[in-house]
Design a protein around this ligand. Structure first.
Ligand SMILES: Nc1nc2c(ncn2[C@@H]2O[C@H](COP(=O)(O)OP(=O)(O)O)[C@@H](O)[C@H]2O)c(=O)[nH]1
Ligand SMILES: [Mg+2]
Length: 379
């Protein structure tokens, strides 16, 4: 009996190898998916492990019987009937399974030891960070700091990963939500960003929270009158929440709208999304700002937007001196490195993140701890 273990990408690859090496009569004893390479669950590749066996026909019959008698379990007949072969195979199958469990255990221990004594090259970690959608330049910076911070003898995978997270968390910096702001009279907040990213929905979520949870008085203003549906959308929320809404068709109407809300704690202003390629972005903004002393701006970005487009959007708003980053649609994204990328690119504080369509539930303060967790895939 000859038993062989194969690590292959799929069953057809296994079949070819088994046929070539063990011949047409080989029997498959066990197949399972296993992870190879990598350390502690990272960078691993899933492969198929196939254990196959062949009842070796090479030896002359006599010798074969002798050698088999020595190794075969007691109850198996020396003369090979097909049924016996089957039961022998069954026996072997069990043995293989037990063995596999043992090997698994050993491999695991070996891997852990290997990780502790031999750290991976920096480039592997840079690749790992890039896989999380973190820009290469940022990944390199992080690893430079890691190299400086961790003394050689404590360099193991665990401590490198922890250091990467601590540095990334530092990069994410402060978080500025409305409820932590000093009271303005009132505090005026402007929601800017491309069409469809979730400005109106997010504004409604924040308004709802400020009213329902913080007991604050709110006024809503919408300058998005390009589409009737856009006005209706905010009107519906304002009715449900019992928060007054002013619709302005021209920037000049902002003055009287703001006057009406002068006793409110917060005024949230929704704007029309424009393409970030539009030259009017700045003039639209300047027009509104003629009538506002001071406004805090939320630049709303969807996590479904790729880095290149996000960068273009940021560029198109470069006339803004201050703003806060607000990321929507985290529920639709697969990697979250762009939160870090955008933070590093702009240097602007994070504020909220939104995680679904439901008002008011699907919004959270941009908790750095949680963001690190999702960037590093641990949520
Ligand atoms: N999956 C998901 N959808 C969202 C989220 N926020 C908003 N949306 C949806 O995105 C679409 C556009 O939202 P809207 O607020 O009208 O975007 P606006 O054009 O920027 O005002 C709507 O269908 C929203 O329900 C979110 O966090 N996750
Ligand atoms: Mg809108």
């Amino acid at each position: 009996m000859k038993v062989k273990r194969y690590l292959v990408n799929d069953m057809s690859e296994a079949m070819i190898k088994i046929k070539n090496e063990l011949g047409m009569d080989a029997v498959i004893l066990n197949t399972r998916k296993i992870k190879t390479g990598g350390f502690l669950g990272l960078f691993k590749k899933t492969v198929l492990e196939v254990v196959a066996a062949i009842d070796e026909p090479v030896l002359p019959k006599k010798t074969r019987q002798v050698s088999e008698n020595n190794s075969r379990p007691e109850h198996v007949q020396p003369v090979k009937e097909p049924v016996v072969v089957n039961s022998e195979m069954m026996e072997l199958k069990k043995m293989v399974q037990i063995l596999i469990e043992k090997v698994d255990h050993i491999e695991h221990t070996e891997r852990a030891v290997q990780v502790d004594s031999e750290p991976a090259k920096e480039s592997v970690y840079i690749d790992y960070l890039k896989e999380k959608d973190i820009q290469e330049s940022i990944a390199k910076k992080i690893m430079e700091i890691v190299q400086r911070q961790i003394s050689i003898n404590e360099k193991n995978h665990e401590s490198i990963l922890n250091a990467m997270k601590v540095i990334a968390r530092e990069y994410l910096g402060e978080v500025k939500t409305i409820d932590r702001d000093l009271p303005g009279n009132p505090g005026i907040y402007l929601f800017l960003g491309p069409t469809g990213v979730g400005k109106t929905t997010t504004l409604a979520k924040i308004a709802a929270r400020l009213t329902l949870v913080e007991n604050k008085s709110i006024g809503l203003i919408t300058a998005d009158t390009y589409r009737i549906a856009a006005v209706e959308q905010l009107k519906t929320y304002s009715e449900i929440l019992g928060i007054p809404l002013e619709v302005i068709y021209e920037a000049s109407e902002l003055e009287s709208a703001l006057y009406k809300f002068k006793d409110k704690d917060y005024v949230l202003i929704d704007t029309a999304g424009r393409s970030h390629k539009s030259k009017e972005l700045q003039s639209d903004f300047d027009e509104l700002m003629q009538f506002i002393d001071h406004a805090t701006i939320f630049l709303v970005m969807s996590m479904t937007t790729g880095f290149k487009d996000m960068k273009n959007i940021i560029d198109s708003y470069k006339f803004l001196e201050e703003y806060r980053l607000l990321f929507t649609k985290l529920d639709e994204a697969t990697a979250y490195g762009n939160i870090l990328n955008l933070k590093v690119l702009t240097g602007k504080p994070l504020s909220y993140v939104t995680t679904g369509q439901s008002v008011p539930d699907d919004i959270e303060e941009a908790d750095r701890e949680k963001i690190i967790q999702i960037i590093f895939d641990e949520a």
